[in-house]
Ligand binder design. Structure first.
Ligand code: NAD
Length: 261
């Protein structure tokens, strides 16, 4: 259990990739701060399950990642509860699919806030403590869309390219502090986020559900298979290990060959 006595804060960890990452880090012995939306009883079940399954402490913060003041308060509360935030995983994210000229302005603002600016707010709150303790791991869930674009996802692609740039900048600023900063860029992972965009993609492109899966989603992935949340979580756990201490400023793709094309 290599992460014993460490604390990991994972944004957007009530579902999908974030939940798998939180569980993988807890399995390595880290205490975890869960965050995200959802039904209170379902969240409590996951939180309590992590504690009993892995013998760590898990707490939940309902902070809204579109609000800078709530983000700062979440990090401060985590530091008060556990004494530190050693591992920060910026993972919360949403999607919206529409042509640019019809893209609702409030959706643009919301996606930039949750998928990009939230990471700026968590970083500025968590970095001072990491620097003081001389150790830290920052992992941002980016996307294949941090490297390449798709039509109808303007805000998401812009935010993910932004998070890749923020990752590199933070890595350079923190390089001599034993704090690494990397992003993981999955291709299509079967999660509620992907499932939820199928109806809008059907509408935007005039396709059936099966056509969206075959001709839009898996078309991009040469392996023709979805990535699993556990495959992404395993990389996050590896990035927290000593073996990964010289990996910083990287953008690790897990995309079945998508961005090799
Ligand atoms: P998901 O919908 O399963 O999970 C998203 C999480 O973010 C949930 O816990 C949700 O409650 C939380 N969230 C949403 N808005 C929030 C807010 N305002 N404040 C706090 N939490 C909020 O989706 P996922 O697929 O697991 O996505 C996680 C991350 O992975 C996102 O950043 C997404 O862009 C990225 N990603 C996903 C895929 C994929 O194919 N699923 C591919 C590449 C990147």
């Amino acid at each position: 259990m290599s992460l014993q006595s460490k604390t990991a804060l994972v944004t957007g960890s009530t579902s999908g990739i974030g939940l798998a990452v939180a569980r993988a880090l807890a399995q390595q012995g880290a205490n975890v701060v869960l965050n995200g939306f959802g039904k209170p009883d379902a969240i409590e079940k996951e939180r309590a399950g992590i504690e009993s399954e892995f013998g760590v402490r898990a707490v939940y913060s309902g902070a809204d990642m579109s609000k800078g003041d709530e983000i700062a308060a979440m990090v401060a509360e985590a530091e008060t509860t556990f004494g530190a935030v050693d591992i920060l995983v910026n993972n919360a994210g949403i999607q919206y699919v529409s042509a640019i000229e019809e893209f609702p302005v409030e959706k643009w603002d919301q996606i930039i806030a949750i998928n990009l600016s939230s990471a700026f707010h968590t970083l500025r709150a968590a970095i001072p403590g990491m620097k003081k303790r001389g150790w830290g791991r920052i992992i941002n869930t980016a996307s294949a869309h941090s490297l390449v674009a798709s039509p109808y996802k303007a805000a998401y692609v812009a935010a993910k390219h932004g998070i890749a740039g923020l990752t590199k900048t933070a890595a350079l600023e923190l390089a001599t502090h034993k704090i690494t900063v990397n992003c993981i860029s999955p291709g299509y992972v079967w999660t509620p986020l992907v499932e939820a965009q199928i109806p809008d993609t059907m509408k935007a492109r005039g396709l059936t559900k099966e056509q969206v899966i075959d001709e839009v989603l898996l078309k991009a992935q040469p392996t023709k298979e979805f990535v699993t949340v556990d495959q992404v979580a395993a990389i996050a756990a590896f990035l927290c290990s000593d073996a990964a201490s010289q990996i910083t400023g990287s953008n690790l793709t897990v995309d079945g060959g998508w961005t090799a094309q």
